[in-house]
Design a protein around this ligand. Structure first.
Ligand SMILES: *Cc1c(COP(=O)(O)O)cnc(C)c1O
Length: 353
């Protein structure tokens, strides 16, 4: 702390991302990155890029990328917003659409960055517990509110809602914005982007970081009614006109266009996930049903914190949250079949497993 800080910054508790180790050779299953490289077309963009063009500012409106994303979802360009990672899209969403008199409703257990934005923007919020089997209980989202936000599939549980459950909520909740964060939707859930034309208060966010293997490029986006998108553009253009550089815009388009590669990688991750779940279960772990590129798991005989340290000592990184209620779980990203085999082999060596 310092006397020079703005008052609101003194009490800020920033988000803590998973560790990015400074040494090589660790098996990194702690931040839900994709174990496969981006589509070959992404490499071609980088190889052929004309460096001379970097003199110029990038397209502030990301016209071509928005069009490609609109085509992907069967929507129009004015229903698309893009940002520097979906974290930025979410930050702008909290500022533009979720700051109201009535409290924001969100799950007690969900992406922990939401609470950082809630504090940063001083938003009144009501946290709603998950069910005993770690599901988001949308029936409980019925009080008056200034907005609703949740991840689907949820993080860090990996558990998904059906499109029907989300439609039911939208039918009931017409007076405030409902934000569905679909960072993991490509790994087996159904996207609510197909509901955007029907519900003017629905905003769906997605990212290139997980299913498109572009976490290092920082590209996120949102689908919603043009009026919602306009609000996001207003805030974005009051903050930074150029959140996406030229390389980010072009590589994202390239990644979108290679459908075959995308489907192959996603399927590979899902197959490896099913294998990993079976293996963990046979070691006595409880594993929540996952529709993501990670599993959320606990063991009745060995504490999660101890397991995390044991794996770390064996050069395998996984994520452990100290939040009460989920502090005996590990979130394990799905890596390559080889990485997951090494994880399972390592766990088998643990004296209590
Ligand atoms: C990873 C993640 C994000 C952020 O993704 P970026 O696009 O890399 O900023 C947003 N929401 C959830 C639930 C995530 O897990």
């Amino acid at each position: 702390m310092s006397q020079f800080w703005s008052p609101a910054i003194q009490s800020l508790v920033p988000y803590t991302p998973g560790e990015q180790p400074k040494v090589d050779g660790l098996i990194k299953l702690n931040t839900n990155e994709n174990p496969y490289p981006p589509a070959p077309a992404v490499e071609a963009v980088l190889r052929e890029f004309d460096t001379e063009r970097l003199r110029l500012y990038p397209d502030p409106d990301c016209h071509a990328l928005k069009q490609a994303l609109a085509d992907e979802a069967g929507l129009s360009r004015d229903q698309v917003f893009v940002g520097n990672g979906s974290d930025e899209v979410l930050a702008l969403t909290f500022m533009a659409l979720l700051r109201h008199e009535q409290p924001l409703l969100l799950p007690e257990t969900t992406y922990s960055f939401y609470n950082v934005y809630i504090d940063l923007f001083n938003i009144d919020a009501r946290h709603i517990p998950l069910t005993d089997d770690y599901r988001i209980d949308l029936d409980a989202y019925s009080s008056e509110n200034g907005g609703i936000i949740f991840a689907n599939p949820n993080a860090p549980t990996g558990v998904g809602l059906t499109l029907e459950q989300i439609s039911d909520l939208l039918i009931r909740n017409t007076h405030s914005v409902v934000v569905v964060d679909e960072a993991y939707v490509d790994f087996g859930a159904e996207s609510a982007s197909q509901l955007v034309d029907r519900y003017p208060n629905l905003l769906v966010t997605q990212t290139f970081s997980k299913s498109r293997s572009l976490a290092g490029m920082r590209v996120g986006y949102a689908y919603g009614h043009p009026k919602l998108i306009e609000a996001l553009e207003r805030v974005k253009n009051s903050f930074n006109s150029y959140p996406l550089d030229m390389l980010a815009q072009q590589t994202a388009i390239a990644a979108l266009q290679d459908r075959g590669y995308f489907q192959h990688c996603v399927q590979q991750v899902m197959d490896t996930r099913e294998w990993t779940c079976e293996q963990l279960t046979s070691l006595g772990f409880e594993v929540l049903p996952s529709q993501t590129n990670f599993v959320f798991t606990s063991h009745s005989e060995v504490a999660a914190a101890e397991l995390m340290q044991y794996l770390r000592d064996n050069r395998i990184l996984v994520r452990h949250f100290t939040k009460p209620g989920i502090d005996n779980h590990l979130r394990i990203t799905i890596g390559t079949p080889d990485e997951m085999t090494r994880l399972i082999e390592c766990l088998k060596q643990h004296p209590s497993l």
